[in-house]
Design a protein around this ligand. Structure first.
Ligand SMILES: [Zn+2]
Length: 165
C-alpha cells in the first residue's frame, strides 16, 4: 500500500490503520478482476488508470509485480486500462480508452478506443473468447437475453445467436 495518500482515493479504516504500521508488511489493492457473468470465473486482471495530462503513466515495474504473479498463477492476462475523461462534464465522462497488455508480456496495445470499442473489447473477453466454453453457458445466455439491468445492449442478439450455436 503506498504511503502517499491521493486526494481522490477512498480511505477505508483498514488502509488508514495499515499506513500507520512498519515496513515489514505490505499489501496492494487489486483494482479490477474481469469475470464471466455466467460462472464468475476470473477472465483478466486490470489496473484502471486515470490518464492524467495525457501522460499514460502506469505503475512501476515493481508495483506491477503482484498483478503479474496473480495473472501467471491464474493463467489470465493482465492489462492496464487508461481512461481519459472530459473534465467539463459533471461525472467526468470517459471519452477515450487505451489498453496496454502487461502479461503475457508483449507490446500489444489498443490505442484511442471509443467507449463502445472498449465495450466490444470487454464483450470479446467474456462472450467471444470465454462464452462458448463457459461451464454455465445456458445460464449465461439466459442472463444476457434478460439483461435485467435495462442498460442498452447493442450487440445482444449477435451474442445470443453466437452462444446458442
Ligand atoms: Zn463462464
Amino acid at each position: 500500500m503506498p504511503r502517499k495518500q491521493y486526494f481522490d482515493q477512498l480511505v477505508s479504516p483498514f488502509s488508514h490503520w495499515h499506513r500507520e504500521q512498519h515496513d515489514g508488511i505490505n499489501y496492494f489493492d487489486l483494482d479490477c478482476v474481469g469475470t464471466c457473468p455466467g460462472c464468475a470465473k476470473p477472465l483478466f486482471l486490470a489496473d484502471t488508470i486515470y490518464n492524467k495530462d495525457f501522460r499514460f503513466q502506469g505503475k512501476s515495474h515493481w508495483q506491477q509485480r503482484p498483478y503479474v504473479f496473480l495473472a501467471q498463477a491464474a493463467e489470465i492476462p493482465f492489462y492496464e486500462f487508461f481512461y481519459t475523461v472530459d473534465e467539463s462534464t459533471p461525472f467526468r465522462n470517459i471519452i477515450r480508452f487505451d489498453i496496454h497488455r502487461i502479461y503475457p508480456h508483449s507490446n500489444k496495445r489498443w490505442h484511442d478506443l471509443t467507449p463502445d470499442q472498449m465495450l466490444q473489447f470487454l464483450e470479446h473477453m467474456s462472450l467471444k473468447s470465454h462464452g462458448p466454453n463457459c461451464e454455465n453457458r445456458e445460464y449465461l445466455i439466459r442472463k444476457i437475453k434478460a439483461n435485467k439491468c435495462g442498460n442498452q445492449f447493442i450487440r445482444q442478439q449477435n451474442y445470443v445467436e453466437f452462444l446458442s450455436i
